[in-house]
Design a protein around this ligand. Structure first.
Ligand code: GSH
Length: 220
């Protein structure tokens, strides 16, 4: 299929960041349709964007006339449509590990710190900024403690989360590290995570996907 790819994205969205990395690793050309998550109460809630994603979240990927949602499912789709280079390892056991690491971030860390969750804590429960930050940091630290242990304890950990080429796990980890830094988390207790981040950031696919490098990022 040669249809164009259009990514609905917000420069600071870590879920969209995952898909930017995946598209870049595959060497796919794509366009970006920015959805500003804060402006005018959040463009993700507009009628036009609700037609794209009824969940009112980015990312969504338009491939031809096919609309794809949920970053992990989109990464799997990219891997099936364009198998090389693979985002998942060759064996069932390794694939399970990589999916598990990806889900640790995407299912068990990130959703607890998402904009709508923090906005809900603020608007409906009156939780002050400082306590919302403590909340966010708590879940990232819990998750990173486990992620670091899973990397340190496993022979399959290589230059990247699994082996010596980037996988879906790295696509999820790098954006979560960006988030961790935003919340001021000390990464010293996570030497393997930091080492893998350095390896990833040496690759143009990861560099190009950085939030600061997105067309809708505020100009410095
Ligand atoms: N499970 C979804 C999560 C998507 C998600 O959380 N997107 C955030 C940005 S990182 C969003 O659009 N939030 C809008 C909001 O909270 O109102 C995925 O992996 O695609």
């Amino acid at each position: 299929m040669t249809d164009r790819l259009l990514l609905y994205s917000y420069w600071r969205s870590s879920a969209a960041y995952r898909v930017h990395i995946g598209l870049n690793l595959k060497g796919l050309a794509y366009e970006i349709s920015p959805v500003h998550l804060l402006r005018d109460g959040g463009e993700q809630h507009s009628e036009s964007y609700r037609a794209v994603n009824p969940q009112q979240m980015v990312p969504a990927l338009l491939h031809g006339h096919r609309l794809l949602r949920q970053s992990l499912a989109v990464l799997e789709y990219l891997d099936e449509m364009w198998p090389s280079p693979p985002l998942l390892p060759a064996t069932a056991r390794e694939r399970q590990r990589v999916r598990g690491l990806a889900q640790l971030v995407a299912c068990d860390i990130h959703p607890l710190n998402n904009l709508r969750v923090l906005q809900y804590l603020e608007r409906d429960w009156g939780v002050p900024q400082a306590e919302r930050d403590v909340w966010a940091r708590h879940w990232i630290v819990e998750g990173f403690n486990a992620f670091e242990a899973l990397l340190q304890d496993h022979l399959s950990t290589g230059a990247f989360c699994d082996g010596n080429t980037p996988t879906m796990a790295d696509c999820c980890l790098i954006p979560q590290i960006y988030n961790a830094r935003r919340f001021g988390i000390d990464l010293t207790p996570y030497p393997t995570i930091v080492r893998i981040e350095q390896a990833c950031m040496e690759l143009p696919a990861f560099e190009a996907a950085r939030p600061e490098n997105q067309p809708d990022a505020p100009q410095a």
